[in-house]
Structures are given as C-alpha cells and as structure tokens.
Design a binder for this molecule. Sequence first.
Ligand SMILES: *Cc1c(COP(=O)(O)O)cnc(C)c1O
Length: 425
Amino acid sequence: MTNIIFEPGVDFARRMDAEDGLADFRKAFVFDEPDLIYVDGNSLGRLTCRSAARVRALVETEWGRGLIRGWNDGWFESPGRVGDKIGRLIGAGSGQVLVCDSTSVNLFKLVMAVLAMRPERNRIISDVLNFPSDLYIVQGCMRLLGGRHTLHLIPSEDGIAVDPQALLDAIDRQTALVTLSHVVFKSGFLHDMQAVTARAHEVGAMVVWDVSHSVGVVPMALDDWGVDFVVGCTYKYLNGGPGSPAFLYVRRDLQADVVSPLWGWLGQHAPFDFDLDYTPTAGITRFLVGSPPILGMLAMEAALDPLLEAGLPRIRAKSIRLTDYMVYLADTMLAPLGFTLGSPRDPARRGSHVSLRHPDGYRINRALIEEMKVIGDFRTPDNLRLGFAPLYTSFSDVWETADRIRRVAAEERHLRYPEERPAVT
Ligand SMILES: *Cc1c(COP(=O)(O)O)cnc(C)c1O
C-alpha cells in the first residue's frame, strides 16, 4: 500500500520526520521526558496540553467555585455532546454515540439488548483473538439468560489472524449476535467491518463491534456501513486519560426498539420527576445508568480536538507508514536476533500496533523499560507490543525503538531480569 522504499539507518527516519505533515501535532502533547520513547499509546495515550489545561480550569473554577451549578452549565449534557464529537471520528451522525461507563459494561448492555431482540436464535459468534473481557461479558450474559445460547469462537491458525471466509461462513440463520474486536488487541489484526456487518444482516443477525483498538487510528463509516452497535474505549488512541469513560453507538433506527438491561435514573425520561416507575427516555440517552464521571469526561473531551483537526485520513496514512516501517526494521534488524512478526504484514489488515514475538519477550520488555527508556508492553506468551500514535509518534521514535530492542537482545541485557511477572504487564 505504501510506495515508500525504506532505507536502513537513522538518517532515513529523520528525513521522513522532516516531510511529515502531522509532525507539528507533537506540540499538542506533554513531553516531560524528552528521551523517553513511548510506544504504548494503544494502552494509555499521552496527555494532551488541552486536557491538562481543561482539568486545571475544571477543578479550580467549575467545580471549586461553581459547585453544583456545573450540572446546568454543560455537565449534564456531556455524555451526548462528547459522544457526538467521537461520532465525527467514526462516521456517526449526531445523537447516536453516548459516553458512559466502561467498555465492558457498555458491551454488557448491548449484548443483553441484542439477545432480547432475537429471542428465537441461540448462536453467538466471536473469535479466539477477541479481548478476553469481551468474552467474559458474553459468557456472563449467557449464564444470566439461562444457558440457552452457544458461543462459537472462530479459530486462528497462527494467533495473528482469523480466516475471513470462515468467519462469514459461520454466521447463519441461528445466529443472534456476532461480536468482535475491530482491531484485535494482541496482533493488531483488522477485521473487515463492512463485510461482516453485511453478512450478518443477510441472515438477520446483529453485530456489536468493539472499536477500542481502532478508534482514533482507523477510519470508520458506521452510518454508511449500516453498523448496528459499537462500544469503545477512550484512553487509548483517543488520549482520554486513565479510566476515562467509554462510549457506545446505537444506530438511530434501532434506538426505539432496544432496551437496556440496566434501568437507572439518568436513562429515565424525566429523572427529576422521581417517578417510581421506569420509562426509558427517547434516543440514545436510555443507555445512561447513573451520573457521568465529569472530570474524566471533560479531560477526554479536550483530548479529541487534535484528532478532529488532523482528520482520520491523514492519521491513517501516517499510521500505515509507521507500522510498515516497523515491520521493515523488524525484518532487517531484529529477525537475525530471533524476533518474528506477530502482526499481519498487509497494512490493510492491520491497526496501528505491531507485535514482535520472541521467546524472551517478557524479559526483553523489562530491560527496555528499565535500561533503554522504551515503554511498550508485553502480552503473553511472547508478544512485545508496540503501539504507534500518529499524532505524537515520530519515525525517529520507530527507529530508536527497533535499535534499542536490537541492543538489548544483542547484548543479552534481558538475561539479568527474573521471569516472574507483576500484576500489570
Ligand atoms: C482496552 C479494551 C477494553 C477496555 O475495557 P474497559 O472495560 O473499559 O476496561 C475493552 N475491549 C477492548 C477490545 C480493549 O482493547
């Protein structure tokens, strides 16, 4: 897809940076440790200058001085307002995206809603590459509903991809629900959202997509593709901050028919009438449960501005260059040291992170963090996962990442670290 001929050596990376039309967006982020190479933006995005300023103003003025008046001064409407802003990044018209709860909780709400809409069907389709939490949520829903559903997981031969045809073929007239990660968390494999959605609709099934690893880096056209439901996380490529609230999308024409399994007062049609019976409000707001976390919500809202200014087409173009370059460096510098590619080679089937496999992956990651000032992450059993956020990752960062990995492995620095792992890797 890229017609760039990559070259070895850091000079090439510097030349790419000089020609990079998004290079100036780096200034929109806080860089307190200039020599730190941060390639973990797919787990927790960097802090934007705007979020830092927004949180200061929010704490000192709106909360500190305005107190409860803030709810009538923009806080109360924030789940839908910020949702609409996210909608512009995923091809969703207004009134279809709501910011609330965590991704896992939103998935629970939508899975329960879909299964209630297809009571005569008992099959649920996902794949073995899906984020385990998503599969736990599905399993919990199945148990709540009395165990009458079966979960069919599409296998993966290489742990990197699933066979797209096998997936399409598995979706049949017994299928109520297909739920998948748009970009899978370990290998970065990218599903064809449009094709899977179209196949599901052919047989009357519905799809819930988890876009946690694609929102902000992979363009989507939810409205044009007729997508039913989406959940996603905002602290990865949306740079929302630790634990920032998640979002969900419900296509407009479905909203009147879907019932959330969690009936809370903010999803009620007139919460301040304090009626003793629940009547859902019109539209997407029925998926609200309780009070939104305003600090995290507004910090995240501010972080969306640079993404909206840059635009998804330019972000995706640079993302492909960055990941292609990493693959090139892995092939030329790292393969001789025992690394293999744990991600798809075809950029059309890949998100914005690249996994490298090595039997000593965990200890190599430790050495990178402790001695080399490279923060990526490790995913069991052998994946070094490197996430590239086009608004702040430079081509020189990619080169440095590869070169520092090479030094750790060539100098066997990782052998000094124990094999035991802490709670969070
Ligand atoms: C990060 C991520 C989540 C996060 O779930 P939370 O409930 O918000 O912690 C969910 N799904 C996928 C695919 C993810 O990558």
